[in-house]
Design a protein around this ligand. Structure first.
Ligand SMILES: C[S@@+](CC[C@H](N)C(=O)[O-])C[C@H]1O[C@@H](n2cnc3c(N)ncnc32)[C@H](O)[C@@H]1O
Length: 723
């Protein structure tokens, strides 16, 4: 499968090179308006998705990166469709065109545009909000401004105006003076004569119709018309816009509007103003809650409750106080031993990150550090996802994203996570700066100083950060067996990915001191051993596969080579590497072979056990190599030693042999944990040494601790092991 992707990447690079050859050309019109209309009526998603067996596969190619336009719309010189040159960014120019077709969502939202000279073109707007229908993103009949337009040759030999950065296009208000007279609607007459009050009423109608984007635009027009003339009306407009902004997810703007709506110095008997302020406080509190600013949310709800004793507000305040408690104490109900209930895929909860700090990490830019000491099993942090894309959102479809800039390929929900992130960052610029601080793979990876208050979001940068920082919510870390790895090449569509702003700063170590797991969209990080204050926190990004021929390139996706003792030993230049890989592969295949089942139902035969014992001996022999001093984990022995331990336990003949095999499993892992093995060892020591066995008790405690490390909490341990 990986070869297929390399082929795809090469194909796209070749297409890009062919397209580049047409750079500067002025193609003649090939399509009529009618043809375009028909094309978009016909086009459905199914046309553009390749089928792979029963599985839908959607491919997204991230083309050559370019920066979003930072030019002011009024400083740009108009350009016509017939002047557009291929493979060119028309810097300093603006395209003002009506939308002439119904928009459809393919990978991007596509439609037809035409100018006043009756020239038509295809338009593709990428990275648009998934929650908005194509017809709302690009409403037919409305006039669009495209800043510094990019005209492209497509892979089928056609041409298209392509917008990658959502901030590079905007739907113009129909009265906007920038629209050429010939494109203005005939009825547009008296905008200047309309009052702020009239426009506000229109906004209220739009709210009534749930057209919150339109309402927000109208309130903005009304605020401009109102100026400083009428403070009361101005506050009312901000109060209304707080609501419409909230509905479209612009929480930062909603909060600012709600605060601007608060009437100062209100007397207690001025019931009308008191009521209006209650509304403003409520809206500010709700916006803060969505932004995870629970302290402010609680303050705002408390203010609202002072004048308004509605039970719903009490519930909202209680919720905000719960979040505050979680963030301060780390006591989450779903982490408690007794909590066994099912959980929604996205949790309503706070994060607790105060025991960690982002600091410089030698040779790795930044890292995450402990600000206090931890014992093994301790909770280090719990972090709610900043943005997540769940496989269940994607309807049994596998997304493949191939980035021609970074040459990285991602499979799973990365494509929709990218679109969601772009939307979220655009809506909430303060949050955007925290995301854009994350590592993007370049040497100068930090946010360039902003030239404007709300700099446009560079979608290519969002993508490269995503590639290096996203966590797969279900694999912590992914399986190492070749069979499972092969399956992973085309992950199931229900794979989920998320961004965690704090946990992303953790660097990799194979013998990591922390282990992450996930409860819904919450990342739970626990210490795998004692951690000193100021020690850097590390996790294993992925478990290297000791049977894989390309062990040394395991971390090439992230652009580093692991220098840990295991990786160094596994790639030691003087070792017989290919022989060891071969023996380990054989042992893994044998342990995972369904014909060698060792379970409560099937006890393996003596011949199978003898064959496995031989294999383990060969594996152990293959590890007598430079670099593998005693104490260095020998990962290739794990699967076969664990299989043997189970087989012997099922046969229940020789507890001492089982203990030996169990300790081989743990020694082979060195840094990893297998709770089953620890529980078995606890039981076996009890059999050999009696009920008072101290080693048995220690294994039992350790097993429970490690269960919590591996799963985030202890819930479920008792049920599985009957304790
Ligand atoms: C998710 S980021 C981790 C935080 C990052 N160091 C930063 O400055 O924001 C992943 C990147 O960190 C670096 N990194 C992580 N673990 C490393 C390691 N063990 N050795 C060298 N570089 C590492 C790599 O550049 C990798 O692409």
């Amino acid at each position: 499968m990986a070869e297929d992707y390399v082929k795809l990447l090469k194909q796209q690079e070749a297409l890009l090179a062919t397209a580049k050859k047409r750079q500067g050309q002025l193609p003649q019109p090939r399509t009529t308006r009618r043809e375009l209309e028909q094309e978009y009526e016909r086009t459905g998603l199914s046309d553009l998705r390749a089928r792979n067996g029963n599985h839908l596969v959607k491919q997204t190619f991230i083309g050559e990166a370019y920066k979003p336009s930072i030019a002011d719309i009024n400083d740009l010189k108009p350009i016509h469709l017939r002047e557009l040159r291929l493979e060119t960014h028309h810097l300093g120019r603006i395209l003002i065109v009506p939308i002439s077709c119904n928009a459809v969502r393919i990978t991007a939202v596509q439609t037809g545009i035409e100018d006043e000279h009756d020239r038509v073109e295809r338009l593709a707007v990428c990275n648009t909000d998934l929650g908005i229908s194509p017809s709302q993103t690009l409403p037919r009949g409305s006039v669009l401004a495209i800043k510094e337009p990019y005209y492209k040759a497509t892979s089928d030999g056609g041409v298209i105006v392509r917008v990658d950065h959502p901030s590079d296009f905007l739907i113009l208000n129909e009265y906007d003076p920038i629209i050429p007279l010939s494109l203005r609607p005939r009825v547009q007459a008296v905008e200047e004569e309309r009052s702020a009050e009239e426009v506000k009423k229109e906004g209220n109608v739009a709210v009534g119709l749930k057209q919150y984007r339109k309402a927000t635009r109208l309130y903005t027009v009304a605020i401009a018309l109102c100026g400083d003339d009428d403070a009361m009306l101005g506050r009312a407009l901000h109060r209304n816009r707080a609501l419409s902004n909230h509905y479209i997810g612009h929480y930062e703007a909603a909060h600012a509007d709600a605060i601007a709506a608060i009437i100062p110095d209100v007397q207690a008997d001025d019931t009308k103003s008191v009521e209006l302020n209650t509304k403003a406080h409520l809206r500010a509190g709700r916006a803060s809650y969505e932004l995870g600013h629970f302290e402010d949310a609680a303050r705002m709800f408390t203010e609202a409750i002072r004048t308004h004793t509605d039970n719903d507000v009490n519930i909202e305040l209680a919720r905000a106080l719960d979040r505050l408690r979680e963030a301060k104490t780390g006591l989450f109900s779903f982490l408690s031993d007794r909590f066994l209930g099912g959980l929604p895929p996205r949790l309503d909860c706070a994060s607790i990150v105060k025991n960690t700090e982002v600091r410089a990490s030698l040779g790795r830019r930044k890292g995450l550090f402990a600000v206090k000491s931890f014992s093994a099993g301790d909770l280090i942090l719990c972090e709610k996802a900043f943005c997540s894309s769940l496989g269940s959102d994607d309807n049994q479809m596998t997304n493949i994203t191939i980035n021609l800039n970074t040459k990285r390929m991602s499979v799973g929900t990365h494509a929709s996570l990218h679109t969601k992130l772009v939307t979220q960052l655009q809506r909430n610029p303060k949050q955007a700066s925290a995301y854009l601080e994350l590592y993007d793979g370049t040497k100068s990876s930090s946010t360039p100083p902003a030239t404007t208050a709300n700099p446009p979001i560079d979608v290519f940068r969002v993508q490269s950060i995503l590639e290096l920082n996203a966590f797969g919510l279900q694999d912590a870390p992914p399986p190492s067996s070749p069979k499972k790895a092969a399956k992973k090449a085309l992950r199931p569509a229900n794979d989920s990915t998320a961004i965690f702003l704090r946990a992303s700063y953790m660097n990799h170590a194979c013998d990591a001191n922390a282990y992450r797991t996930f409860i819904s969209d919450m990342l739970v990080l626990r210490a795998t051993r004692a951690i000193a204050m100021d020690e850097e926190l590390t996790i294993a990004y992925t478990r290297a596969d000791p049977a894989s021929a390309d062990y040394g390139t395991t971390f090439s996706h992230w652009g580093f080579t692991c220098e840990c003792v295991v990786c160094k030993a596994e790639t030691h230049p003087k070792g017989s590497i290919s022989h060891r890989r071969k023996v380990v592969r054989e042992a893994d295949e044998s342990a995972n072979d369904p014909a060698n089942e060792a379970s409560d139902k099937v006890t393996p035969s003596k011949a199978q056990v003898a064959a496995a014992e031989k294999l383990l001996k060969r594996v152990e022999g293959a590890y007598r190599q430079p670099g593998f001093e005693p104490g260095v984990p020998k990962l290739g022995a794990t699967a076969i030693a664990f299989w043997l331990m189970r087989a012997h336990m099922l046969d229940s003949c020789d507890p001492e042999k089982c203990i030996k095999l169990g300790t081989t499993v743990l020694a082979s892992l060195g840094f990893d944990v297998v709770v089953d093995t620890a529980v078995y060892l606890s039981q076996l020591h009890e059999v050999v040494e009696g009920k008072e066995s101290i080693v048995s008790a220690q294994y039992a405690v350790w097993a429970e601790e490690m269960w919590a490390v591996c799963r985030g909490s202890k819930r479920g341990f008792g049920e599985r092991y009957g304790v």
